[in-house]
Design a binder for this molecule. Structure first.
Ligand code: ADP
Ligand code: MG
Length: 726
C-alpha cells in the first residue's frame, strides 16, 4: 500500500518547470507599469497638482483638499484604465506583514445604475474596523478607533484588480499602531540631525536621506510536500525531523547553478517585481539546500521597506503558481542554516554623497570619520535596544545559535578603518592651516578602494562594508522598519549630542575643524569597546562582551525590556519618534506575539505527536510484537536469538513513546496555565522558560522514532525530501 507521503513525493518529482509569464521584451518596457509614479502622474495630473504632490513627497508639505481631489481623480482614472475595480489602504500592523481591506469604486447611482467613485477623502483617510489588530491596549486606553492616512512619499500601486495606497495606521489620539509611522518620524529625525552636523562642512543645505538595501533569504519547498507537514502549514517551520545525512556539509549549493524549476520561479517573480517598480537586482543560491536570496538596489528607507513587504507578498503568490511554497521563517529546519534579511543601511545626501564613504580631501575624510564614530557610539550606547528591535520568537532560533550573528551586538570595522581610528587616537592638532582645503588634520587619508574591499566577517551582526553598515542579525520574516526606525532614532540622538559638544568646544574658542576632530576622537574613544573583528560565535567573546558592557541577554522576551528603559524612552521621545506610552504598548504587543507564536507551535507539535507519529509508532511496534510471537511459536525457547532485533526495537519504541507522551502532556498543561496569566511579560517568559525547552525535549524522542520506524509507513515528508526536491 502506498501512503500519502509517497504520493506527494511522486507528484513533487513529476513537476515540470512552468514557463515564465514575462513577455519577450526588455525590462524597461514594463518597469513600474503598475505604479502611480512620476511618469504616470505626467499623464493623469495637471502640472500644478504634480508640483504640489512633489512638494509633499520631498518636503512633507500637507496636500490641501482640492489638490487631494485632483490626485484622487487622476489616480482613479489611471487605476480603471489598468483594469482595477477596487481600492485599499495598505498598511503595516504590528502583527507583521501588511493589511488591506478592499472597497469597490462602484457606488449605486439612482435606482438602477452605478458609477465609479473615489474622492480626496477616500484617498487621504480611512477607518478600517481594526479592533482585532494588536495595539497593546492603546485603543482601550484612549477609547478611540484607529484610522489610516495616506503616505504620499510611497507611490500607490496596483495588485491584481486593486489600487493599493500606502498608509500609516494610527489611533485617533495620534499614537502609532503600525511600523511605518515611527519609521517616517525617525527618518525625519535623523535627516535633521545629520543636516546640522553637515553644516560644519558647508553642506547644511543638502537634503539628507537614510537608505536601505535588504537581502531577502528564503527557502522553497514543494507544495505537495508542504501540505503533508502540519508543522510547516501551521507555523512555517518543521517542529520535528531527523537531519538528512547530506545537508549543507559540502557547501555545494551556495552560488551553485540554480535548479531550472526554481529559476522559472525567480524569473516570474522578477517580472512581477519590475512591474511594481521594485528594483530587484541579485539572485543566487544560498548555503542550505533549497535556500535562495533576492536583493534589490538600495532605496530611500521608507520605500525600501514597502518594497520588501510587497515582495514578500509577491513571493507567496508567484511560488504558488510554480507549485512551490516559500518559507520566510528564520529557521525552517533544525541543524541547517536559517534565513536572515541583511539590512544595508546608510545616510547620504540627495545629491549622491554617501556619508560612510571616505572622500578625497582631508575634510571629506574627517566627515567620514565623524559619521562613522557617531554611528558606532549610537550602537554602543543602545546595543540592547538594537537587539530588541530584531528579536522575535522566530528570529530567536538564529540569534545565539552557532550559525547566525550572535545575540550580542558588536561592530566589525575591517582593518583599514580600524587603523584609521587607531591613528585618530594619536592625532592631536590641526596643523598647517593655509587656506580653505589645503590643511592637514593629522588624520590619515583612507584610500576609497581599500575600504571597498573590506575583509568580510560573516559572524558579525553589524558590519561596515565599505560605504554602508550591514545589519545582519535582522530576521527573514521581519518588517525592516523596526530595526531601521531604531537605528535612525539612536543615530539622530547621538548626532544631536555630538553637535552640542562641538558647539561647546567652538564657543570655548576652538576652531571648527579642531573642535570636530577632538569631539570625533572622544566619541570614538568612548565607544571603541563595541568594535570586535574576531569570531562572534566563540565562547570567549561572550565573556569578553560582558566585560565590555555589551548586553548579553539571550531570552527573547527579556530583551524587550530595553525599549522601556529610562534612557531609551528619552532617546525615542527626544527624537519625537515614539512616546513612553507607545513604547510600553508596543512591548505588550511584542510579548503577546511571542506567546501566541510559541503556543501555536507547542499545540501543533503535541498534535503531530499524538495524531500522526505515535499511532504509526504503535502500528510498527505491533508488527514487531507479532514477529516475536511468531518466532516464539516456531522456535520455542530460542526465539530471543531469532527476534533479538525486534525485541530491542520494541523496548526503544516503547520508551520513546512513553517519554514523548509525558512531555507533550506537560507542555499542553503549561500552555493551559499560561493562557490564564494576564501579565504579558510574565506570560512570554513562561513560554520561553518552560514551553520552548519542553518542545525541544519532545522532539528528541520524535526524531528518534523517525529513525526506528519503517520508512514505508512514516506519515510525513522527511528532511531529505523537503530539502532536495526542487
Ligand atoms: P552582499 O551579499 O555581498 O552583501 P548584495 O549585492 O547581495 O551584497 O547586497 C548588497 C545590498 O546593499 C544591495 O541591496 C545594495 O543595493 C545595497 N547597498 C549598496 N550600497 C549601499 C548604500 N550606500 N547604502 C545602502 N545600501 C547599499
Ligand atoms: Mg548577498
Amino acid at each position: 500500500m502506498t501512503n500519502s507521503r509517497f504520493v506527494a513525493v511522486e507528484e513533487a518529482y513529476k513537476k515540470a518547470p512552468i514557463v515564465p509569464t514575462a513577455p519577450d521584451k526588455t525590462t524597461s518596457a514594463y518597469y513600474g507599469c503598475k505604479v502611480f509614479n512620476r511618469a504616470t502622474m505626467r499623464k493623469y495630473l495637471s502640472s500644478d497638482t504634480r508640483r504640489m504632490v512633489y512638494e509633499s513627497i520631498e518636503q512633507g508639505v500637507t496636500l490641501d483638499k482640492s489638490a487631494a481631489e485632483h490626485v484622487a481623480a487622476g489616480m482613479k482614472q489611471w487605476a480603471m484604465d489598468e483594469g482595477a475595480t477596487h481600492y485599499t489602504h495598505w498598511f503595516q500592523p504590528l502583527t507583521g506583514g501588511t493589511a488591506e481591506k478592499h472597497d469597490s469604486f462602484s457606488e449605486p447611482y439612482g435606482r438602477d445604475s452605478s458609477l465609479e467613485n473615489f474622492t480626496g477623502k477616500m484617498l487621504c483617510q480611512q477607518e478600517p474596523d481594526a479592533s482585532s489588530f494588536p495595539s497593546g491596549g492603546l485603543r482601550n486606553t484612549f477609547e478611540a478607533r484607529g484610522y489610516t492616512a495616506w503616505d504620499p512619499s510611497s507611490p500607490a500601486f496596483i495588485m491584481d484588480d486593486c489600487l493599493c495606497i500606502p498608509t500609516v495606521f494610527i489611533s485617533y489620539t495620534g499614537e502609532a499602531l503600525d511600523y511605518k509611522t515611527p519609521l517616517l518620524k525617525s527618518s525625519a529625525a535623523v535627516a535633521a540631525a545629520t543636516k546640522d552636523v553637515l553644516s560644519y562642512f558647508g553642506m547644511g543645505n543638502e537634503m539628507v536621506q537614510s537608505y536601505l538595501g535588504w537581502e531577502q533569504e528564503y527557502f522553497l519547498v514543494d507544495k505537495d510536500l508542504y501540505a503533508q507537514r502540519p508543522d510547516l502549514v501551521m507555523t512555517g517551520r518543521t517542529l520535528q525531523g531527523h537531519n538528512s545525512s547530506k545537508h549543507q556539509q559540502l557547501d555545494d549549493h551556495y552560488f551553485g547553478s540554480i535548479p531550472s524549476r526554481v529559476l522559472q520561479f525567480m524569473k516570474d517573480l522578477e517580472y512581477e517585481a519590475y512591474k511594481l517598480g521594485i528594483p530587484v537586482k541579485t539572485r543566487h543560491n544560498e548555503v542550505a539546500p533549497n535556500q535562495f536570496e533576492i536583493a534589490p538596489v538600495y532605496e530611500e528607507v521608507n520605500l525600501a521597506v514597502d518594497h520588501n513587504l510587497l515582495l514578500m507578498s509577491l513571493m507567496k503568490l508567484v511560488a504558488d503558481r510554480h507549485g512551490f511554497v516559500v518559507l520566510l521563517h528564520e529557521k525552517p529546519y533544525k541543524g541547517i542554516n536559517g534565513s536572515g534579511k541583511h539590512c544595508n543601511w546608510s545616510l547620504g545626501t540627495a545629491s549622491g554623497v554617501g556619508l560612510f564613504s571616505p572622500g578625497k580631501t582631508t575634510e571629506e575624510n574627517l566627515r567620514f570619520l565623524t559619521f562613522m564614530a557617531n554611528v558606532m557610539k549610537a550602537v554602543y550606547d543602545n546595543n540592547a535596544l538594537l537587539k530588541a528591535s530584531i528579536m522575535t520568537a522566530t528570529n530567536a532560533h538564529r540569534l545565539g545559535a552557532n550559525e547566525a550573528p550572535p545575540a550580542i551586538i558588536s561592530i566589525f570595522l575591517g582593518k583599514t578603518v580600524s587603523e584609521a581610528f587607531a591613528d585618530l587616537l594619536k592625532s592631536k592638532n590641526v596643523a598647517n592651516i593655509k587656506g580653505k582645503k589645503v590643511y592637514s588634520l593629522g588624520i590619515p587619508q583612507i584610500p576609497e578602494l581599500l575600504v571597498d574591499n573590506t575583509d568580510r566577517n560573516r559572524t558579525s551582526p553589524f558590519a561596515f562594508t565599505g560605504n554602508r553598515f550591514e545589519f545582519r542579525a535582522v530576521g527573514s520574516t521581519a518588517n525592516c522598519a523596526a530595526p531601521m526606525a531604531t537605528l535612525n532614532t539612536i543615530v539622530a540622538h547621538q548626532l544631536r549630542e555630538f553637535k552640542k559638544n562641538v558647539d561647546k568646544r567652538i564657543k570655548d574658542g576652538a576652531p571648527v575643524m579642531q573642535a570636530i576632530l577632538d569631539e570625533t576622537r572622544e566619541t570614538y574613544r568612548a565607544c571603541s569597546n563595541v568594535c570586535f573583528d574576531g569570531n562572534g560565535y566563540s565562547d570567549e567573546w561572550k565573556k569578553e562582551a560582558k566585560k565590555r558592557g555589551l548586553d548579553c541577554e539571550a531570552s527573547a522576551p527579556k530583551t524587550y525590556d530595553a525599549f522601556t528603559k529610562k534612557e531609551s524612552i528619552e532617546v525615542f521621545e527626544e527624537a519625537e519618534v515614539l512616546s513612553k506610552v507607545e513604547l510600553e504598548a508596543r512591548n505588550d504587543v511584542l510579548w503577546e506575539m511571542y506567546s501566541k507564536k510559541v503556543e501555536i507551535e507547542a499545540r501543533t507539535l503535541c498534535d503531530m505527536a499524538v495524531n500522526h507519529i505515535l499511532p504509526v509508532a504503535m502500528e510498527y511496534k505491533s508488527k514487531l510484537l507479532s514477529n516475536v510471537c511468531k518466532a516464539k511459536e516456531i522456535y520455542g525457547d530460542e526465539y530471543k536469538e531469532i527476534a533479538g532485533y525486534e525485541l530491542s526495537q520494541i523496548k526503544e519504541i516503547s520508551a520513546h513513546v512513553t517519554k514523548a507522551m509525558e512531555i507533550c502532556k506537560s507542555v499542553e498543561s503549561q500552555c493551559d496555565k499560561l493562557l490564564k496569566t494576564e501579565d504579558m511579560r510574565k506570560q512570554a517568559i513562561g513560554y520561553h522558560d518552560g514551553v520552548v525547552p519542553g518542545m525541544e525535549d519532545a522532539r528528541v524522542h520524535l526524531d528518534a522514532l523517525e529513525m526506528i520506524i519503517d520508512d514505508q509507513i512514516w506519515p510525513m515528508p522527511k528532511y531529505r525530501e523537503l530539502l532536495f526536491i526542487s
